[in-house]
Design a binder for this molecule. Structure first.
Ligand SMILES: *Cc1c(COP(=O)(O)O)cnc(C)c1O
Length: 402
C-alpha cells in the first residue's frame, strides 16, 4: 500500500499555487530511480512502464550514461552553434551511418524536430521553384506536437479548437487507408507526415501495404515523406528504426524522446536532396546539440544499436505481448504493438486503471481514453513483465468487480 506524507501534500499545494495547470499528475512526488524502479519522496517504490514517456531508454542510474554526462558537465555544458564541439559531429556521423540519412539537423524536442521538418520540406519545394507546393498531409490519430505548426498536424478537436487559426494547407487522411491517402495527396502536397507506429493515438502500427503506398505516392507527386519516429524510433520496436520493419525509407525522419537518455534533444535526419535546399541562416537553435546533450546521445546510440540490445528488446517485447494476451479479463479488447511499445485496448476507462496501478506500485500511462500504454525502459527484463502481469491481473479483476 502506498503511503503519502505531509511533505507530499505540501508540494502538491505549492504546485497548485505556482504552476500553470496544464497537467493531470500522478499523486506522488518522485525522488530517485534505480534500473527500472522509481521511488517517491515517501519511499514508495514503483516499477516503471512509462520511462518518462518512451524517453529513459537505459532506465535510471546507468553507470556509463551517468559518467558521460558528469564528464561533459565538468567541461562545457553549452557552446552555441556558432562554435563546434566534437560530440555533435560524432553523433551526426553515427546517425547517418546507422540510417538512410546523409545529414542531420539538431534541435531540442520532438515538436521542434517536426516543426523543422515542415520548414525543410517546404524549403525543398521552394528551391525547386514550386512556390504553391506547400500543403502537408497528416493522419487521423496522429500526434506531431504542440506548436502551431505541429499542432496543425495533430488532428484532435480537443487539442486544436481553442488555438485556431492554425497553419493553413493541412490535409487530413485516414491512417492505414490507402484510398484515403490517394485522395488526399496531390500536386500541391509538399510533404506527408506519418508515425510508423502511432503512439499517442493508441499504439497503432502502420500496415506494410500502407507504408509502401505512402512511398510510391510521395515519389509520384514529388512530396517529401516524413517519418515521425520520435516515440517509436531508437530501438523501441526492436529494430533501431521502426521503419526498418517495412523496408521503406523516408526523405526525412524526426527523432527525440530517448535519443539523449533523458536530456532534451531533437534531430531531423534527411537525404542530401532535402539538406541541399536549406542554406546558412534558414534555420537555427540556441541550445541544440551542445556537448552535454550530445555526449549522452553518443552513449545511447552506441548501446541501443548493438544487435544484442535490439535482440533483448524483441525478446522482452514478445514476452510482454504474449503474457498480456494471456490475461483472461472481459475488460481487454485487444493487445497490439511492436517490441516495447505496446497498447492494451480496454472496454473501460484506462485512466482509472493507471490510478489503480499507483496503489500497486506500478507506473503505466494511457494513449487515448481506452488504451493502456506500455513504453518501459528498453532494459526491462522478463521478470519485470511477470511482476507487471501479476499486478495488472489484480487491477483488472478489481476493476471488473466494481
Ligand atoms: C512526444 C511526441 C512528439 C512531441 O515531442 P515533444 O518532445 O514532446 O515536443 C511528436 N511526435 C511524436 C510521435 C511523439 O510521440
Amino acid at each position: 500500500m502506498v503511503t503519502t506524507s505531509d511533505l507530499t501534500t505540501s508540494i502538491f499545494d505549492a504546485e497548485h499555487t505556482y504552476i500553470a495547470q496544464t497537467y493531470a499528475r500522478a499523486p506522488f512526488v518522485l525522488a530517485r530511480g534505480e534500473g527500472v524502479t522509481l521511488y517517491d519522496i515517501d519511499g514508495n517504490a514503483y516499477e516503471d512502464w512509462v520511462a518518462g514517456i518512451a524517453v529513459n531508454a537505459l532506465g535510471y542510474g546507468d553507470p556509463e550514461l551517468v559518467q558521460a554526462i558528469q564528464e561533459a558537465a565538468a567541461g562545457i555544458i553549452h557552446a552555441s552553434n556558432l562554435y563546434l564541439t566534437p560530440p555533435q559531429v560524432e553523433v551526426a556521423q553515427m546517425l547517418c551511418e546507422l540510417s538512410f540519412a546523409d545529414r542531420v539537423f539538431f534541435c531540442n524536442s520532438g515538436t521542434e524536430a517536426n516543426e523543422g521538418a515542415i520548414k525543410f520540406a517546404r524549403r525543398l519545394q521552394y528551391e525547386r521553384g514550386l512556390h504553391d507546393k506547400t500543403d502537408i498531409v497528416c493522419f487521423n490519430g496522429a500526434f506531431h506536437g504542440r506548436t502551431i505548426g505541429t499542432l496543425s498536424l495533430t488532428p484532435r478537436e480537443k487539442y486544436q479548437k481553442p488555438f485556431k487559426p492554425l497553419m493553413p494547407g493541412v490535409v487530413v487522411a485516414d491512417f492505414n487507408d490507402i484510398a484515403s491517402i490517394e485522395a488526399a495527396i496531390g500536386p500541391n502536397t509538399a510533404a506527408v507526415f506519418v508515425e510508423p507506429v502511432q503512439g499517442e493515438g493508441g499504439i497503432y502500427p502502420a500496415t506494410p501495404e500502407f507504408m509502401k503506398a505512402l512511398r510510391e505516392l510521395c515519389d509520384k507527386h514529388g512530396a517529401v515523406l516524413v517519418f515521425d519516429e520520435i516515440q517509436c524510433g531508437v530501438g523501441r520496436t526492436g529494430t533501431l528504426w521502426a521503419h526498418e520493419a517495412y523496408d521503406v525509407t523516408p526523405d526525412i525522419m524526426t527523432l527525440a524522446k530517448p535519443l539523449a537518455g533523458g536530456l532534451p534533444v531533437g534531430a531531423i535526419l534527411m537525404t542530401e536532396e532535402v539538406a541541399s535546399a536549406m542554406h546558412a541562416g534558414d534555420h537555427g537553435s540556441t541550445f541544440s546539440a551542445g556537448p552535454l546533450v550530445m555526449s549522452a546521445a553518443k552513449v545511447i546510440l552506441s548501446r541501443v544499436s548493438r544487435p544484442e540490445f535490439l535482440g533483448h528488446v524483441n525478446e522482452v517485447g514478445e514476452y510482454l505481448m504474449e503474457r498480456l494476451s494471456e490475461i483472461n479479463s472481459p475488460l481487454i479488447k485487444e493487445v497490439r504493438g511492436q517490441g516495447l511499445i505496446v497498447g492494451v485496448e480496454l472496454t473501460t476507462d484506462a485512466a482509472a486503471l493507471v490510478k489503480a496501478g499507483y496503489e500497486q506500485g506500478v507506473i503505466m500511462a494511457v494513449a487515448g481514453p481506452n488504451v493502456l500504454r506500455f513504453v518501459p525502459p528498453l532494459i526491462t527484463e522478463k521478470s519485470n513483465v511477470d511482476n507487471l502481469i501479476e499486478k495488472l491481473t489484480t487491477i483488472l479483476a478489481e476493476a471488473g468487480n466494481s
